[in-house]
Design a protein around this ligand. Structure first.
Ligand SMILES: [Zn+2]
Length: 309
């Protein structure tokens, strides 16, 4: 519904969303779609519940759950988790990129229109035969290229968005192909105020991020606390420049913790409290205005995830 955010338990007013991680995973099994890395299997309901309880205790209130059907999205489980913990989950329809889903099997000979039909149904009727609806549309591209079928998914995502009013949020591989994704969305006539690109922190290039933001899109930095890619210092410096350029209302933070080894409840880290308890205090200690960090976690996700139809 126009002006509402579509959580798994129903449409809510954006003012009710609260502190939100913009791209996370809590309950999935990607082996369903042909991605066989067992480290990515998050199929333990009790652990997922514990994750959300820890997050909630730290002040977390909502998250965009980024597991699609082929990533083994557990619709009934997520609805139950949200009901039990009170953490709002905004779930997704759509597809990831080629090496994360067996597209021969999952897309095969489907046309763009077939994909649109499937995605519209998940947003307007429900996912996996339930009445629990998706609140955003996912698409994704490979490292430094866009395959024919990835392009079909991007176009289907734009068309689904224009029909349903749900926002589109994409996966990038190592942060590449963002501008090329934008060009495809523009060809489809997508309003870029409802388009968001994730994983750009894997490619923390100020010039490149600014070029994308100039088009009106949102960006998600989901790499803090993962120094094997980039240190938090690198990410903080790019964020600071973008905020100084006036893009503070287009940036969101998350941790994209799709592996067991990202989660404290499995005995690892950084865990769902890292952004709230470590990264944001560090940004503020280094001079970020708390109004800006508040925008990253509250206002921007609430605006971006609002249905525009
Ligand atoms: Zn993810």
């Amino acid at each position: 519904m126009k002006g509402k955010i579509r959580t798994i338990l129903g449409d809510i007013d954006p003012s009710e969303l609260g502190f939100t991680m913009a791209h996370e995973h809590v309950l999935d099994d990607p082996r369903v779609g042909g991605y066989m890395d067992s480290e990515h299997v998050l199929n333990d309901y009790e652990k997922a519940k514990e994750m959300l309880e820890v997050y909630k205790d730290a002040g977390g209130e909502a998250m965009a759950e980024a597991s699609t059907k082929h990533w083994g999205r557990n619709t009934l489980g997520m609805a139950e988790l949200s009901r039990e913990t009170g953490v709002k989950l905004i779930c997704c329809t759509g597809y990831l990129c080629e090496n994360q889903v067996n597209m021969d099997e999952w897309i095969g000979n489907k046309t763009i229109e077939d994909l649109v039909e499937e995605m519209v149904k998940e947003v307007t009727e429900g996912m996996d035969g339930t009445g629990y609806k998706a609140g955003w549309i996912k698409a994704g591209t490979s490292y430094n290229y866009i395959s024919r079928r990835e392009e079909m998914v991007l176009r289907a995502a734009a068309r689904t968005s224009k029909i349903t009013g749900a926002p589109v949020h994409t996966h990038t591989s190592t942060g590449t192909m963002g501008l090329e994704q934008i060009a495809i969305m523009e060809e489809e006539g997508m309003d870029l105020n409802h388009f968001c690109i994730a994983h750009v922190s894997r490619n923390p290039d100020y010039w490149y991020h600014k070029k994308m933001l100039e088009k009106g899109v949102y960006l998600i930095y989901d790499g803090p606390g993962k120094p094997k890619y980039y240190t938090d210092e690198v990410l903080a410096n790019v964020l600071r420049k973008l905020v100084n350029d006036g893009y503070g209302d287009r940036l969101m933070l998350s941790n994209d913790m799709g592996k067991r080894t990202h989660h404290t409840v499995y005995g690892y880290g950084p865990g769902l409290t890292y952004i709230k308890n470590k990264f944001i205090p560090r940004l503020e200690e280094e001079g970020f205005d708390p109004k800006d960090t508040h925008r990253f976690m509250y206002e921007n996700p609430a605006r971006f995830y609002t249905m525009y139809k």
